[in-house]
Design a protein around this ligand. Structure first.
Ligand code: NAD
Ligand code: LMR
Length: 324
């Protein structure tokens, strides 16, 4: 029997948290042979609801779930944790951009970064889901100087999965037949979903779809999918966001089998994206680590979009510099 791994979910009584906890406890994220301890962190007004979540988790009698901690104290919630899923934050409403949340949500991530720094496992892997996710991840990272800065990541896997779904529908092929999808940059309307290196059933994707569809339909649809879901559902995506978070951590921990996936990670100069932002790149994952896919040719169309989304991230960074 493997030793249980500790997984912290912040905002665990919220929409995404509720969708996440049960799937993690059933082994979808860390494997069907990996026991887990769930450490569920909330704010005081949500502690009753969180108690209900914990009661339901108990009632599932999941074989892999070894313990449940519920708390409104980040120092307890992050104690010895191996994986921290930072979900707890306000969602945007209709007509808002995600960066409009920065002032209110940004202040959550400094104290949480500090609590991770002081209490988490030294190898903790952090995924920020709460919006604006990339810059919140930067804030958490800046407040955790003793942890590996590379282990602070933000979620663009939902955008990646959305892009796969759109291209699969257009080409009439199942999304598992698609390789080489990329989301560059920010989890925002400036993100750049790029199919230049993509293949569908082994055929180059740009040859299967016309440029008009790619530029005027595919790219804006993926960029605006979050807003379209808010409009349709009256609430932001939850089950799909939880599923993408599970994909992100599962691949990071267990490997992506050579497949490219999109993760927002600290920029290291790859593709000319200078250090200092959490930027989405194509990565492969192996042995509990990720590596940015190198050597891709970037044409002028892509470069323009990659720069635009980088500039937005640098503006967001500038707007929260007192938190860094
Ligand atoms: P929600 O309002 O249903 O739940 C958020 C929960 O977080 C609430 O229960 C709240 O009490 C809790 N919370 C607030 N501050 C907290 C803190 N300091 N510590 C711990 N918990 C705290 O919202 P949701 O639909 O679950 O969305 C959560 C966040 O995820 C939002 O910011 C949303 O925009 C974002 N999101 C990101 C993506 C992505 O792809 N990156 C996708 C969907 C949603
Ligand atoms: C999403 O992409 O669905 C989330 O970031 C929620 C939002 O505000 O769009």
């Amino acid at each position: 029997m493997k030793k249980p791994l500790r997984v912290t979910i912040t905002g665990a009584a919220g929409q995404i948290g509720y969708a996440l906890a049960f799937r993690i406890a059933s082994g979808d994220m860390l494997g069907k042979d990996q026991p887990v301890i769930l450490q569920l962190l909330e704010i005081p007004p949500a502690m009753d609801a969180l108690k209900g979540v914990a009661m339901e988790l108990e009632d599932c009698a999941f074989p892999l779930l070894h313990d449940i901690v519920t708390t409104d104290d980040a120092n307890v919630g992050f104690k010895d944790t191996d994986f921290a899923l930072l979900v707890g934050a306000k969602p945007r409403g209709p007509g808002m951009e995600r960066k409009d949340l920065l002032k209110e949500n940004g202040k959550i991530f400094g104290p949480q970064g500090k609590a991770l720094n002081d209490h988490a496992s030294r190898d903790v892997k952090v995924l920020v889901v709460g919006n604006p996710a990339n810059t919140n991840a930067l804030i958490a990272q800046a407040n955790a100087p003793d942890l590996d800065p590379r282990n602070f990541t933000a979620m663009t896997r939902l955008d990646h999965n959305r892009a796969l779904a759109q291209l699969a529908e257009k080409t009439g092929k199942h999304h598992t037949r698609i390789d080489g999808m990329i989301i560059w940059g920010n989890h925002s309307a400036t993100q750049y979903p790029d199919i230049a290196h993509c293949s569908v059933d082994g055929k180059a994707a740009p040859e299967l779809v016309d440029q008009g569809w790619y530029r005027d339909d595919f790219i804006p649809t993926v960029q605006q999918r979050g807003a379209a879901i808010i409009k349709a559902r009256g609430a932001s995506s939850a089950a799909s966001a939880a599923s993408a978070a599970i994909d992100h951590i599962r691949d990071w921990h267990l490997g992506s089998d050579g497949k490219w996936v999109s993760m927002a990670v600290p920029s290291d100069g790859s593709y000319g994206i200078k250090e200092g932002v959490i930027y989405s790149f194509p990565v492969t994952c192996k042995n509990g680590d990720y590596e940015i896919v190198q050597g891709l040719e970037i044409d002028a169309f892509s470069r323009e979009r990659m720069t635009l989304t980088e500039e937005e991230l640098r503006e967001e960074r500038e707007g929260v510099k007192e938190l860094l």
